[in-house]
Ligand binder design. Structure first.
Ligand SMILES: [Zn+2]
Length: 498
C-alpha cells in the first residue's frame, strides 16, 4: 500500500516536472540535435520560404524611397528548431545579385538581416527591408544563408526585376459632335475593367456651343467629364477641330476665295445639276455654294460641311492665338481648368501651332505621330516621328527634332496609334515596340500614348478592350510587370519634376 502510494507520488512528480519543462521551453528540449549529427541530412529542409513582397520594383525619382525597396521574407521550418537555442540568435545573410552579370560588384547588395527582422517568433518568420536604389536595372536573384551553430542552410528566390516604369496613356479626342450616353457608359465600364484607367480627355469646345446638340445633353457631358476629373483622376485637355461655329465664336475672319474662283465653282456646280434645259440662264448666287467652296482653306476631306475637316494649320499665329485664348477662357468657365494638354484635329500641327500653344501656357502637346496622309484629299501631315518616339521638347524650328534650341512645351507623341484606324494587333505591336523586349526590365522611363474617339466608340470599343486585356497582363498593380496607367497631365509632371 505504502509502496503503491510512493510510486504514485514519484510518478506525479515526474509528470509535474515534465509539464513544467514543456511549459518553460516550448522548443522541445528533448529533440534538440546539439551534436549536429543529422545537420548534413537536414540542412536542405530547414528553410520553408524565401520570397520578396514584390517581384517588380520600379525605380525613378517619381517613386518614394519606401517604394524602391523590397521586403525579403524568410520562414524557417519546424525542423530548424533543433539547431538553435533562441530564435533571435539566428543570423540570416542575404544578397541580391544581378543574374545577367554576377561579377560586377555594383550589381550586388548584401548584408545580414537586422535583429528586428524576426516578426513572428512562433512561425520563425523574418522580414528584412532591402533598398535597391544603388542597383542597376536588371533581373535579380535573392540568395539566403541561414547560419546555425551546426552549419549553414541555403535558400534563394529567382526573378526579381528592377525596372523603370512603362507608362500607358489612353487619350480620348472629343471631336465636337454629340456623344451617345450608351458610349459614355461603355467608356466607364472599360476604364473600370482595366485597372480604373485614368483617362486623358482632349475636348473640342464646339461640343458645348453647337445648337445641334440639346442643351441638356451638353450639360450632361460637361458634368460627366468634370465628375471624372474630380473623382477618378482623369485629365481634361483641348482638342481643336476648326468648326465654323468655333471660328465664329473666337471672332476669326475666314479668308474667302476670289470672286472669279467662286463664280467658276458655282457654274461648274450648276452645270452638273442642270440637265433638263441647258438653255436656262444661270445667275451667280454665292449662297448656293457649300462653305467648303466659299473659303480659301485647306480641308482634308470629310462628307459634312461644318468645318470639322479644316486644317488647324490653315491659320497663322494671330488667328490661332485668338482661337486658343477663346478656348482657354471657355474651358475655365466650364470648370475644366487651364492650361491643359492639347491635340490638333487630324494631328495637323506646324511649328507655329506649337508656338501659339506654348505662349498660351500649354505644357503638353500630344499631336506628334508618324508620317501620314490624311482624309479623302490625302493631305500630308507635318509630323515625321518614329513609332517609338518618346517625350521631348521640340526644336524651335523643327517640330520633329529634339535638338537645341528647344521649345518649352513638351511633345508626348501619339506613338501607340489610335483605335479608329488601327487594329488591336497593330496597337499591341506599337506597345511591344516601345517596350523593346517584352517581359524584360526597362532601361529608361517609357510611355505609350493611345487614342480613341468617344463619338464613334462602337468602332473603338472591342479593339481597346483587346489591347488593354493584353497590357493588363503586365500591370505593376498586379506585380506582373512595369506597366502603369496614367493620365497625360500626371505624366507631364513626372517627366518634368523627376
Ligand atoms: Zn479629332
Amino acid at each position: 500500500m505504502l509502496a503503491g502510494l510512493t510510486l504514485f507520488l514519484v510518478c506525479s512528480l515526474f509528470v509535474i516536472f515534465f509539464l513544467h519543462i514543456k511549459s518553460e521551453n516550448p522548443n522541445d528540449l528533448f529533440f534538440k540535435d546539439w551534436t549536429c549529427n543529422n545537420f548534413e541530412n537536414k540542412r536542405n529542409e530547414l528553410i520553408d520560404l524565401v520570397e520578396p513582397d514584390k517581384k517588380w520594383i520600379l525605380i525613378g525619382d517619381e517613386f518614394a524611397e519606401e517604394e524602391k525597396q523590397v521586403i525579403l521574407k524568410v520562414k524557417l521550418g519546424s525542423k530548424a528548431k533543433r539547431y538553435f537555442d533562441r530564435p533571435d540568435s539566428i543570423k540570416i545573410f542575404y544578397e541580391l545579385v544581378n543574374t545577367e552579370n554576377e561579377q560586377l560588384t555594383n550589381n550586388v547588395v548584401s548584408g545580414y538581416f537586422a535583429t528586428s527582422s524576426l516578426i513572428n517568433v512562433g512561425e520563425l518568420l523574418f522580414e528584412e527591408k532591402i533598398n535597391v536604389t544603388s542597383l542597376p536595372v536588371g533581373k535579380y536573384k535573392a540568395n539566403i544563408k541561414v547560419e546555425f551553430a551546426c552549419g549553414q542552410s541555403l535558400g534563394f528566390y529567382e526573378h526579381i526585376f528592377i525596372s523603370y516604369p512603362l507608362y500607358v496613356a489612353w487619350s480620348f479626342d472629343w471631336e465636337g459632335y454629340n456623344v451617345k450616353n450608351e458610349y459614355l457608359e461603355k467608356i466607364d465600364a472599360l476604364s473600370e475593367k482595366h485597372d480604373n484607367f485614368p483617362l486623358s480627355h482632349l475636348i473640342n469646345p464646339r461640343l458645348f456651343i453647337t445648337k445641334t446638340i440639346p442643351q441638356a445633353q451638353r450639360d450632361h457631358i460637361r458634368d460627366w467629364l468634370l465628375e471624372r476629373k474630380t473623382n477618378k483622376g482623369h485629365s481634361l485637355g483641348l482638342h481643336l477641330h476648326m468648326f465654323y461655329e468655333n471660328l465664329k465664336a473666337a471672332h476669326i475672319d475666314i479668308p474667302e476665295k476670289d470672286l472669279a474662283d467662286l463664280e467658276l465653282d458655282f457654274y461648274a456646280l450648276a452645270e452638273n445639276s442642270v440637265t433638263s434645259s441647258p438653255s436656262t440662264t444661270v445667275i451667280f448666287d454665292k449662297s448656293k455654294l457649300k462653305k467648303k467652296q466659299l473659303y480659301d482653306l485647306t480641308y482634308w476631306g470629310f462628307p459634312y460641311d461644318d468645318g470639322y475637316d479644316i486644317l488647324v494649320t490653315n491659320f497663322g499665329y494671330r488667328e490661332l492665338d485668338k482661337m486658343v485664348k477663346w478656348s482657354k477662357i471657355f474651358f475655365k468657365n466650364l470648370g475644366f481648368g487651364t492650361p491643359p494638354p492639347y491635340r490638333s484635329g487630324g494631328w495637323f500641327e506646324a511649328v507655329t501651332t506649337l508656338k501659339v500653344l506654348q505662349d498660351n501656357g500649354f505644357t503638353v502637346d500630344t499631336s506628334g505621330r508618324t508620317k501620314y496622309n490624311f482624309g479623302i484629299n490625302k493631305i500630308p501631315g507635318f509630323w515625321d516621328l518614329s513609332i517609338t518616339s518618346q517625350p521631348y521638347q521640340p526644336n524651335t524650328q523643327d517640330q520633329n527634332s529634339a535638338r537645341a534650341p528647344n521649345m518649352k512645351i513638351w511633345e508626348f507623341p501619339n506613338n501607340g496609334g489610335d483605335s479608329w484606324w488601327y487594329t488591336a494587333e497593330q496597337m499591341i505591336e506599337r506597345f511591344n515596340s516601345n517596350w523593346g523586349v517584352v517581359g524584360e526590365p526597362l532601361e529608361k522611363r517609357t510611355v505609350v500614348v493611345f487614342l480613341s474617339h468617344p463619338d464613334w466608340f462602337h468602332v473603338d470599343e472591342s479593339k481597346v478592350d483587346e489591347l488593354f486585356n493584353y497590357t493588363d497582363v503586365y500591370l505593376n498593380s498586379r506585380d506582373s510587370g512595369p506597366v502603369l496607367y496614367k493620365n497625360l497631365e500626371d505624366m507631364y509632371n513626372i517627366w518634368t519634376h523627376s
